[in-house]
Design a protein around this ligand. Structure first.
Ligand code: F6R
Length: 532
């Protein structure tokens, strides 16, 4: 089974319509097997649009629908007869005589089914079968059962299907309890099959379809016996509800994400030992698991990750197999990545740069951290790519960095560097506002006081800040030259100053570099981890 993974429902509809259109172009009198339900509606709309634009001609196409409720009048609003007319047939030039739907009005369902099967065979068989998938794994109305029916037949709908389909009727009672449906062999005799799955409600069954062996409790697994099936699904159906965990030095943050919707956020304190951290994560994550149907877990952690082993100077991890330890405690698939990478992913998925494909995240804190996203994917390089704080901006007499090099960017552009430089300048200019503020604050400076001094027109603070902006701009220019991102996103405590930082920085930067201040800030890591 091939898989086409789409970003969203619109892309899924476009891809599916493209395949149908190719089929019709290659064989204008082809036989299409059609499905109803909410999933193919977008695809039908795209096909109608293509027809309207003169791109596709349905005049010779023949069609057989998968199924119809039984009993049901053709003119019932909810009959598949009405559905096909409204969603496709009335919008394209298909000949109504060439369209076939099992007759839900028949008083002899057995004869209707036999005749339907015969007509499909006489047509030369279905060239391209379109399928949706029920939450219980049904295809057509072949419901989970100990054994499955081969050919077109009358079947009882399960409670699950009646419930799922009651959204189209006024009440559960109005949903017909039976249906006429192509059988599994009828479906499998199609030359080519595309199976569409959209939305988080399908994620469990898509996972079963992909992971389980062929079995009659998930009828869609029968498709694995067919040589030409394409599953076209969007990310929600493929990934379902996800839990993101961001392990920080002080707090561990949790975020539950479904599609592009953040369902829940929480945080717990970071313990000092590895066991303590695992225990705290397991406790919170398992309680989240009880509330949400979590399908996978992503974890962001500081440090270098090599073959799944984490080593971090800030946390008690040394060659720690975090993935394995958490998988054992949570009973779910776990993916681990560097926390800055996760934050960058969070920014492109949920932040102000959502519409970009390429961004660089620059986090200005104790050091300068970052993550690089190209084509919406994290760039890993050889495990520790993204250590942007260690690009060298000063070659001669550069400041010494604990990494062993001199002149690293973070020695100039981190919040720590700004404070250090301001402290030194204040001590050299004891008459300055900056020095006065520092003295009032027990001889200590912080970022806020530097901006307060700037607000009061302090020349000493301004000289330090101008230099800081110069350093910041130098590194950003380099990143832009190397990666050519659509935007650079800045995060970290200093960026809380907003325009006071952004305006002078923009002035200093050459060209048209788009710079944004993160709106997600420390939430980005857990959100991005969920999307790993
Ligand atoms: C419809 C059909 C069903 C649906 C399935 C998914 O002709 O045979 O198998 O494809 O129930 O329905 P939606 O797309 O509404 O989730």
């Amino acid at each position: 089974m091939r898989i086409i993974l789409c970003e969203n429902y619109d892309e899924l509809s476009e891809k599916a319509a493209g395949i149908v259109a190719s089929q019709v172009m290659l064989k204008p009198d082809c036989v299409l097997g059609l499905a109803t339900g909410s999933t193919p509606v977008g695809m039908y709309n795209k096909l109608a649009e293509m027809y309207k634009n003169g791109e596709i001609d349905f005049s010779q196409v023949r069609s057989f629908n998968l199924d119809e409720y039984y009993p049901i009048k053709k003119d019932n609003d909810q009959s598949y007869y009405t559905f096909m007319r409204e969603n496709l047939f009335s919008k394209i030039n298909i000949d109504p005589n060439n369209t076939h739907i099992p007759n839900g009005e028949t008083d002899n369902p057995k004869a209707e089914c036999e005749n339907y099967e015969k007509m499909i065979k006489q047509s030369g068989g279905v060239d391209l079968q379109i399928l949706g998938i029920g939450q219980n794994g049904h295809i057509g109305f072949n419901e989970p059962d100990a054994s499955l029916n081969s050919y077109t037949h009358l079947t009882k709908l399960t409670e699950n299907t009646i419930n799922a389909n009651s959204r189209f009727f006024n009440s559960y009672d109005e949903v017909p309890k039976q249906a006429l449906t192509m059988g599994i062999s009828t479906i499998l005799s199609a030359k080519k099959i595309i199976l569409l799955a959209s939305g988080a409600s399908k994620s469990t069954v898509v996972a079963e379809l992909l992971n389980d062996a062929i079995n009659t409790s998930v009828p869609a697994t029968m498709l694995k016996t067919h040589p030409d099936v394409i599953l076209i699904c969007d990310r929600d159906a493929y990934m379902g509800t996800k839990l993101g965990i961001d392990i920080g030095g002080t707090n561990i943050k949790f975020a539950v994400v479904e599609g592009d919707c953040v369902k829940y956020k929480s945080s717990v304190k970071t313990e000092r030992t590895c066991e303590g951290i695992i225990e705290a994560i397991a406790k919170e994550a398992n309680s989240i698991k009880e509330q949400f149907n979590i399908k996978k877990v992503g974890v962001g952690t500081p440090g270098i990750i090599k073959n799944g082993m984490v080593t971090s100077v800030n946390l008690p991890f040394e060659n720690t197999n975090l993935e394995k330890l958490l998988k054992e405690r949570l009973g779910l698939p776990v993916t681990v990545d560097n926390d800055a990478n996760c934050a960058a992913l969070g920014e492109i998925e949920f932040g102000t740069t959502k519409e970009c494909d390429n961004i660089v995240l620059v986090s200005l804190g104790t050091g300068v951290g970052g993550g690089i996203i190209m084509n919406r994917q994290i760039c890993h390089g050889n495990n520790n790519m993204g250590e942007i704080g260690h690009i060298i901006i000063q070659t001669e007499g550069g400041r010494k960095c604990p990494c062993g090099l001199c002149g690293c960017w973070e020695q100039y552009a981190s919040a720590t560097a700004l404070i250090k430089d301001a402290q030194a300048a204040a001590l050299e200019n004891k008459e300055s506002v900056l020095y006065g503020l520092m003295e009032k604050n027990s001889s200590r400076l912080d970022g806020k006081l530097i901006f307060e001094a700037l607000d009061q027109g302090c020349e000493t603070a301004k000289a330090v800040f101008d230099k800081y902006i110069f350093y910041l701009a130098s590194g950003i220019e380099s990143l832009v030259n190397i990666f050519g991102p659509d935007a650079v996103v800045l995060a970290g405590g200093v960026t809380k100053q907003g325009d006071k930082l952004l305006a002078p920085l923009k002035e200093k930067l050459r060209g048209n570099i788009r710079i944004e201040i993160s709106e997600l800030q420390s939430d980005a890591g857990a959100l991005g981890a969920a999307m790993l």
